[in-house]
Design a protein around this ligand. Sequence first.
Ligand SMILES: [Zn+2]
Length: 213
Amino acid sequence: MASEPHDTPAQSSEPSPRPDRSDAENAVRTLIRWAGDDPTREGLLDTPARVVRAYEEFFAGYLEDPVQTLSRTFSEVDGYDEMIVMTDIRFESHCEHHMVPIIGKAHVAYLPDRRVVGISKLARLVDIYAKRLQIQERMTVQIADTLNDVLQPKGVAVVIEGAHQCMTTRGVHKPGAAMVTSRMLGVFRSDGSTRREFLAMIGRTGAGPLSNT
Ligand SMILES: [Zn+2]
C-alpha cells in the first residue's frame, strides 16, 4: 500500500508556494477516496472544508515566532533567584511521521538571572512548538533552547511526557505507553540538587533515568 513512513523525498532547494484552500480540500478528497469511501456522498460533502479548518488549528504554530513572543514580554528583574516552574502544561501535537496526535504534558522550569516572563508565556511557548509537525525530542529541545536564548537564565529544564497515537492506534498498538524526553541546561545540568528539586516538583523523584535530549 503506502510507502514506508520514514521515506523522505529528496529535499528540493526551494519550497513550493503554499497551496490554496481548494488545493488542500482536494487533497482531503483524494485521501477519502484512498481510504475507500466516496467524497460525494452526503455525510462527507463538508468534510474536506472541516478538515482544512481543523488543520488551521492543529498547525497554528507555524504562524507564530516563539522568539518574538518571548522577547516582547520578558521583564528585567534583579534579585529573584528562585526556580520558576510550570508543571502539567497539556499539549496536543502531531507526529511528523504519521500526522496523528501526540497528546501529553510538558513541565518547564528556569532559574532566572535577570529576565523573567509571565508564566502564561511558558504555556504559549509550548503551544507554538506543539502546533506543528513534530517529533517529541525536537520539540523538547526547541522549547528549552528558545527559553535559554531569550531569557538567558542560569538554567532551563524541560520534561515532556507524550502518548503517541501512531503507537497506540496503529503499528505496534501499545496504549498507555508514554514517551518521556528531557533537556537540562545550565544549573539543571551541572547541579544535581537543582535538578532533583525540579524532578521532585514534577513528581519524578525516584523515576528511572530520563533520556537527555
Ligand atoms: Zn508517528
